[in-house]
Write a new protein. Structure first.
Length: 279
């Protein structure tokens, strides 16, 4: 796999959106994007409506954004985020609830490009717990191409499945972007999953997370950018808003993949049927 030619500056955001206040949360997102000054900014899962199932269930019309047949989203509430992307030359990845033309409702990552175009780029494939009552799973993976970097897209629970990150790596990903919503009490798992996806696949991982809020929907921050050996380059605290900026280094990526050749060495399958050893 060819490494990119140039570094890429990214930001992982942890922040607290207000349930149901899409316009207010867009304004907050725009401010944080401006503060980051990065080429790519990743904000948490369902950031635009907030990850608050009672509100998402009660007001789908107010909390969702609509995508057209080509996946484009034209919602005037997103204008401040469009301006922030244009002003900074930034690509923004932000969580939303998306209504598709066929009636499907998905947990999605919107991508706002530096021209201000908004696309529903990826729909969460692995739904967690009660999400299945409100949303349908996505049907395919997606890789975001920025400059000469290939960045796989995942959302929260996707990253708990090694095969999801591996599918991104198999598609040539150099990094994996994971907007998330981890509840307080899950810090141990939060800090293992995304470091493991980085090490499993010798790729960078950008993990954004919601933070604070009121029980039982209180989130634990810990946003981070992991290097291709799973070490945090930057990491947020378990509470409070933070914008964590790091540079993805193509030389470090190439050196790690030269030293740790799991992607090249793995077997195409696990061989003949397993042997049962009875003691």
């Amino acid at each position: 796999m060819t490494a990119p030619a140039h570094p890429l500056t990214v930001a992982a955001v942890q922040a607290e959106p207000v349930p149901g206040d899409v316009a207010g949360n867009v304004a907050l997102a725009a401010r944080l994007v401006g503060q980051a000054g990065a080429r790519v900014v990743v904000l948490p899962e369902l950031f635009l409506p907030a990850y608050h199932p009672p509100t998402l269930a009660a007001d789908p019309a107010g909390t969702d954004v609509a995508a057209d047949e080509d996946g484009r989203v034209d919602d005037p509430r997103l204008d401040p985020l469009r301006r922030a992307a244009r002003d900074g030359g930034t690509t923004v990845v932000v969580g939303a609830a998306v209504r598709h033309p066929d009636g499907r409702r998905t947990i999605s990552s919107l991508v706002v490009d530096p021209a201000g175009t908004v696309r529903a780029a990826y729909d969460k494939q692995q739904l967690w717990s009660g999400e299945r009552e409100l949303f349908e799973p996505g049907r395919r993976g997606a890789t975001l191409l920025i400059d000469d970097w290939r960045l796989g897209l995942g959302i929260c629970y996707d990253g708990c499945f090694p095969e999801h990150g591996r599918a991104a790596a198999d598609d040539g990903a150099h990094g994996y972007l994971c907007p998330s919503g981890y509840l307080a009490g899950s810090e141990h798992r939060r800090d293992i999953y995304y470091a493991a996806r980085a090490l499993d696949n010798t790729m960078y991982v950008v993990f954004a997370n919601a933070v604070d809020g009121a029980d039982p929907w209180r989130f634990n921050g810990g946003a981070a950018v992991y290097d291709p050996e799973g070490r945090p380059l930057v990491r947020g605290a378990d509470t409070g808003t933070e914008v964590l900026v790091a540079t993805l280094d193509p030389a470090a990526l190439a050196a790690t993949r030269a030293a740790h050749t799991m992607l090249a060495d793995r077997l195409p399958d696990q061989g003949l049927p397993r042997t049962a050893i009875i003691d």
